[in-house]
Design a protein. Structure first.
Length: 166
């Protein structure tokens, strides 16, 4: 899949929190646009949440985890990660890509699940970008992170849980 073209520049966000949804018992990564007090929740899988949590907490493992291996492969092939882009939200499923630049200047976009892209971005200190059309569909604006997380979880209905794919 290719990244859909857009005229609006994407928005830079940061990984702000990783929380458990008490209803579904699934991890939710919260991206933040600090200047706007705006948050984007993305439900993710347990394995990807573990990988993200290890990186956020600065934990080193005795052997490379999958996302560490991917980072090493990218580097060994002569590429760097420029940024990741969460570019689409279709039927409650987020789509992302990882933008790689080779030592020779070659640029490649690689399709990815947002959770994997985030785990790799954290390991490579790459920017996390979100398309404006995605933010228009899923952004939560609140005065604080705690209020945003509370609102996200409170407005979640049990029938919504089946819509989020890992």
């Amino acid at each position: 899949m290719t990244v859909p073209p857009t005229s609006d520049p994407p928005v830079k966000m940061t990984v702000r929190a990783l929380v458990m949804d008490p209803v579904s018992n699934m991890p939710v990564v919260i991206l933040e646009q600090a200047e706007q007090n705006a948050y984007l929740p993305i439900w993710i899988g347990v394995c990807e949440a573990n990988s993200i949590a290890l990186q956020l907490e600065g934990v080193t493992t005795p052997r490379p985890m999958t996302h560490d291996l991917i980072r090493s492969l990218i580097t060994a092939m002569g590429y760097t990660v420029d940024h990741i882009l969460i570019h689409s939200l279709t039927e409650s499923v987020f789509l992302a890509s990882i933008r790689l630049t080779g030592d020779n200047g070659e640029v490649r976009n690689v399709d990815s699940r947002p959770s994997d892209a985030l785990a790799i971005a954290l390991r490579t200190q790459a920017d996390v970008l979100v398309a404006r059309n995605v933010l228009e569909q899923a952004l939560v604006a609140e005065s604080s992170q705690e209020e945003a997380i509370k609102m996200i979880l409170e407005r979640l209905r049990p029938e919504d849980l089946g819509d989020y794919e890992m």
